[in-house]
Write a protein that binds this ligand. Structure first.
Ligand code: FES
Ligand code: FE
Length: 437
């Protein structure tokens, strides 16, 4: 059976087995996670030579390290000698990575530098040090976000993101001077859910906010949050399976953090951001919105929480989350963002806990044989191939819909069934110029 058969994107019916079947999960690791450009770090996390973080690409543990030349390197965190994990720290500063087991030492580019009794290896015909480094990935950046892929045939990151970069600029380029992740590392939590439930929630499920989050949003925003139900100003945009839904409300998400000082500050930046990005993207900066870069990198404008949904099995996901801010933001305001995003979207945040409970039950229900053979309904509103002047990608405007989620699962099926990258269509780029890989 082809993956496309599990996903009726025209009508909007999705086979539940893609959320629990171990064989489909194993195939996702190969077809999606070993192939895609995956977010691995913000450059501010590895600002100096020797700085490193560890993360995952699919279930592959990787080290992200800034080398002496200033280039950022990404390589497997598993020793090619007997396979031991090389680095156990989440982040740090180092000149080399030395394996605990027999002492093989690797440089900041992952290359094998030395080991005890090195002469015995060098005396073996055909042994070359350069063949036994930590396997390196391709690395590319977009405005501070560092992505990597293990697929030598993947297109450039610019092509992979395509015109979605034009939308990404609403959070990455709103202020001069670039962005940073607030220091202090990630919050990490584990949810017993399939990784696609959170990814599809962020790509286009504003619908749930009216119900799931009402208890949390009402005290801060009033009934229905006011802006959330403004259909006229609601958009869903999708490019290459990446999706962003938003309501052009400027401060909608930010308002739920309940910090007037923070909102006053954001308001004071409104004209400057509009001058830089135009009125439309200015309104996306803090609005009621959420987005996913395919497959598992998501964020919420307004709270500026950025997170990866790391797959840990068909029914387990580890969430790593950070807060992104413009570098030029005053320290006091950065701290208010830290506290605001923790209050709302952290493992103990009043909004994130609501989501997690839903995703876990959506997953665990599939333990039942009859249940797991039913379909899920993604049929809210027909997907209209709208062309909105000035807006790149597929645009659905003025209504709640499952459009972005359907594009997400269309992309999922394209990856799952593709024999090579030539089977995976890429939308032409029209907006943002080429950046160097
Ligand atoms: Fe790493 Fe032996 S397993 S040095
Ligand atoms: Fe939510």
């Amino acid at each position: 059976m082809k993956a496309a058969d599990y996903v009726d994107v025209q009508f909007g019916a999705i086979d539940r087995r893609i959320f629990w079947d171990p064989a489909i999960y194993e195939r996702e690791l190969e077809q999606i996670f070993a192939r895609s450009w995956l977010f691995v770090a913000h450059e501010s996390q590895v600002a100096e030579p020797g700085a490193f973080v560890t993360t995952y690409m699919g279930q592959d543990s990787v080290i992200v390290a800034r080398g002496d030349s200033g280039a950022i390197n990404v390589f497997l965190n598993s020793c090619p000698h007997r396979g031991n994990r090389v680095c156990f720290a989440d982040s740090g500063q180092s000149r080399a990575f030395t394996c605990n087991y027999h002492g093989w030492a690797f440089g900041l580019d992952g290359g094998l530098k030395k080991m005890p009794k090195m002469g015995l290896y060098k005396s073996t015909p055909g042994f070359r040090m350069e063949d036994w480094g930590l396997k390196a990935a391709r690395v590319a950046e977009y405005k501070g976000l560092v992505f990597a892929t293990f697929d030598p045939d993947a297109p450039s990151l610019d092509d992979y993101l395509g015109d979605f970069r034009w939308y990404l600029d609403a959070v990455l380029d709103a202020e001069e001077g670039g962005t940073e992740f607030l220091p202090g590392g990630a919050t990490r939590s584990v949810m017993n859910c399939n990784w696609k439930f959170p990814a599809d929630n962020f790509v286009g499920d504003i619908y749930h906010a009216l119900w799931t989050h009402l208890g949390g949003a009402e005290p801060t925003l009033g009934r229905h949050g006011g802006v959330i139900v403004d259909n006229e100003g609601s958009y869903q945009v999708s490019v290459n399976g990446h999706g962003w839904e938003f309501n052009d409300s400027f401060l909608g998400n930010a308002a739920t953090m309940g910090d007037r000082e923070l909102l006053r500050y954001m308001k004071s930046r409104q004209d400057k951001i509009a001058a830089r990005l135009g009125d439309f993207r200015m309104k996306m900066w803090g609005s009621v919105a959420s987005a996913t870069v395919f497959p598992n990198f998501s964020f919420l404008p307004g709270y500026f929480t950025f997170r990866t949904f790391q797959p840990k099995g068909p029914t387990k996901t580890e969430i790593h989350a950070w807060t992104l801010v413009p570098k030029t933001m005053p320290d006091d305001i950065k701290d208010r963002f830290r506290r605001g995003s923790m209050r709302t979207f952290s493992p103990s945040g009043m909004l994130e806990m609501d989501d997690g409970e839903n995703w876990e039950h959506s997953t665990s229900a599939n333990a039942g044989f009859v249940t797991r053979n039913q379909k899920l309904c993604y049929a809210m509103a027909p997907v209209a191939e709208q062309v909105e002047e000035g807006l790149p990608g597929h645009v659905t405007r003025g209504q709640l819909s499952d459009a972005n989620q359907r594009y997400f699962y269309k992309r999922w099926a394209e990856f799952m069934d593709a024999k090579s990258w030539s089977d995976i269509p890429l939308a032409p780029r029209t907006r943002v110029p080429e950046a160097a890989e």
